[in-house]
Write a protein that binds this ligand. Sequence first.
Ligand code: DON
Length: 572
Amino acid sequence: MKPRHPQARRWPRHVPFAALCLVFLASLPGVQAAQAPARPGKAAIAAAHPLAVAAGEEVLAAGGNAFDAAVAVSAALAVVEPYASGLGGGGFWLLHVADGQRDVFIDGREVAPGAATATMYLDARGEVIKGASISGPLAAGIPGEPAALAHIAEHYGRLPLARSLAPAIRLAGEGIPVHERLQMGLRFRRPAMEASPALLEVFYPGGKPPAAGSLLRQPDLATTLHRLGREGFDGFYRGPTAAALVEGVRAAGGIWSLEDLAGYRVLEREPVRGDYRGLRLTSAPLPSAGGIGLVNMLNILAGYRLEQLEPAVRKHLLIEAMRRAYRDRSLYLGDPAFSRPPVEQLLSPFYAAGQRVSIRLDRATPSEVLAPGAAGGGTGSDTTHFSILDAEGNRVAGTLSINTWYGAAFMPPGTGVLLNNEMDDFTIKPGVANAYELLGAAANNIAPGKRMLSSMTPSFLESERGVAILGTPGGSRIITMVLLATLDWADGGDAHSMVALRRFHHQFHPDVVEYEVGAFSEAEVAALEALGHRLELGTRGYGNMNVVTWDYATGKVDAASDPRSAGEAQVY
Ligand code: DON
């Protein structure tokens, strides 16, 4: 992709002095013409599956706003991408309420059950019990998505929850066409699924893997969604659904209690904010590491004139910024209700200036030279992100997850709910890597009621040019994907280039730059290796980004879905 640097362009000689003065005046605060227009007048949805986009469209057409559409899209994704997110998992919904220009972050992250302990995945000798935090009900945190959907509908939506859930209930009851990703995940997780007869019954009808294009029905999930729609929070966290969840979990060795479910609380949080070259970033606060990492990397990069540097040097600096932000992620971050991560320091431009001092232009910094810490990888699209703008200017960036493919690969009988394996996002044991090669520190140790650290980074970018709503799945790579897309938008890119651009990633540990085909030219590979970077070409692309943009000057609303996957983007 060709880099664009509008900021770096030179004025042609023939531009008269008076015209330059006008341009200067127009750039002063208060004189600037490109203020946010009152409303876009158009809506847009970008999500990982066309049926989820259609669910959102149906709810918008019924008089719903972006928040109702977010509920509809989230619930539909639970049905059409059961391997990625759902009622048995959690997520983050970043909302912008046009009336009052308010941003709020809805934290529907899972929490550790009341009986959880810091050593629950270790045997008597203190060794990690293989797979215990990945498969089966012991791997599952108490879900947050149902509570978040009820909360969003009640406090921000215009339609009853039951109306916004209607498309998902229909899809679960009538069936969805079996698609490639669904089949792929089933093959991958089949061994773990053997321990969950209720799950096999749904996903291996008649004992066989479902054929492509055949209809997959999820009647129990339809009932569970219906109950949630009718009774809100209580319809999932109390009564028959809660009883079936707890019974199923405990019968298979899990530790959930009815109190854990009834005690779950959605939290509204202040988003993380940052500024980069006239761009205002609004993103995910703890328990996500996303917003903090993103702002820190941008603060580091703001000290360079990136547009004037050779592409290889520019990429070298990005890698060094990634390295430093991911080091701090593993050392310091965790649920702020249980420790006091130094958030203010990590967000400070002065801190970033200190980090810059340790960056050499002529050499990669070996990670081991920076004090200990570790982070981890993670691929794929076994999590989901959608972006929504409505005609009034309300926005939602939602990233939802049950963690790895098909979560814990466990379904409590009679619920249709696939449980998450998000407990694996905690520090299972210091020094031992988890599913994403994640190591962590005490700040992310397991404790009852605690939220596990996340990388999910639903974000808004705003400048005089307009707004971008973005995010992606991809484990710890999420934060660097959102960074690259942010820099692309800052350089004049659009929704389509942001989702398509070739990605590269460094996460401090392992000390390797992973990159997609096309992310580096041959000359850049040679230059980066000469600086001392170890490069690893990924065998396939990663991420599944969905972006919606609104250009203030032209009024254009645009949307794009990642070409690596099978999502859809629509403007209405
Ligand atoms: O919260 C997190 O950071 C992870 N559970 C997200 C997992 C994910 O994105 C998987 N997709 N590739």
